[in-house]
Design a protein around this ligand. Structure first.
Ligand code: ADP
Ligand code: MG
Length: 264
């Protein structure tokens, strides 16, 4: 076990989610989510469309506020601070700071179109983290190299395939040195022949100890890479466990139905 892991284990889980609830109007999208993720864990989330998977990631990343329960990242309460026995909402500024602890990769890559791959990766560190341009570029090149794009540093998004753009998006998220990486169906918008290159980058990240929550329909990836698989349905985690169990011999009928629908 590395020193970093020892520190992490000794302090807090990387992510703690307790009874999280979220409604849009009268529709309760998340109906009490509980989850704990430790440093270096890779958790894949599967489930039908509309089950609340994206909303859940967006709550962790504070793109949505929650209506009940609480979320901690590295032991720090997300979105609120305690004042005596009351909880006060954090300011926009404090939320922006907290949001840096998660790196999010979406289905659509959302790169800045007028910036090269390297500029996309260095923009955040330079503007937000106030890292020197030299340092940001050195690390940016290293990251682009690690996602197989050392030769594309100077290319603009329009000159890159969807798979390459998504790999730049991953490098861009990593450049902010997040505690936790969140992936929301990162390969769903890609042509089938480009899915593999993105999954292989994610696999390397997982192997290098990155703490990751991955919403995906790629059950093969989940089986091979995840330490744990969660099946969500109707705003609840219906079933969770090692991939072999959840994907191979699920206990819940809904999980079985979903898996056979995805595989057919
Ligand atoms: P999933 O990612 O599992 O497909 P989502 O989290 O995107 O599910 O959505 C869960 C449910 O919440 C869906 O019924 C969706 O229509 C609804 N929903 C998501 N975002 C909003 C929003 N901003 N306003 C209203 N309803 C929303
Ligand atoms: Mg979604």
């Amino acid at each position: 076990m590395s020193e970093q892991m020892l520190e992490g284990v000794a302090i807090n889980p990387t992510l703690t989610v307790k009874d999280v609830r979220k409604s849009f109007g009268s529709f309760e999208v998340l109906r009490g989510i509980d989850l704990e993720i430790n440093l270096g864990e890779v958790v894949c989330v599967i489930g039908p469309s509309g089950s609340g998977k994206s909303t859940f990631l967006r709550c962790i990343n504070q793109l949505e506020t929650i209506d009940g329960g609480a979320i901690w990242i590295n032991g720090e309460l997300v979105g609120y601070r305690r004042a005596g026995n009351r909880l006060l909402e954090l300011s926009e500024h404090e939320i922006a700071r907290q949001r840096l602890s998660t790196g999010m990769v979406f289905q659509r890559f959302n790169l800045f179109p007028h910036m090269t791959a390297l500029q996309n990766v260095t923009e955040g560190p330079v503007q937000v983290l106030k890292v020197s341009r030299k340092e940001a570029e050195d690390y940016g090149r290293e990251l682009l190299d690690s996602v197989g794009l050392a030769h594309k540093c100077d290319a603009y998004p329009v000159e890159l395939s969807g798979g390459q753009q998504q790999r730049v998006a991953i490098a861009r998220a990593l450049a902010m040195k997040p505690t936790l990486m969140l992936f929301d169906e990162p390969t769903s918008a890609l042509d089938p022949e480009l899915v593999g290159e993105v999954l292989s980058v994610m696999r390397s990240l997982a192997e290098s100890g990155t703490t990751m929550v991955v919403v995906t329909h790629e059950l093969g990836f989940a089986r091979e890479v995840a330490g744990r698989v969660l099946f969500m349905d109707g705003g609840l985690i219906v079933e969770s466990g090692p991939p072999k169990q959840v994907l191979g011999s699920p206990t819940q009928a809904r999980t079985r139905e979903f898996i056979s629908a995805v595989l057919s």
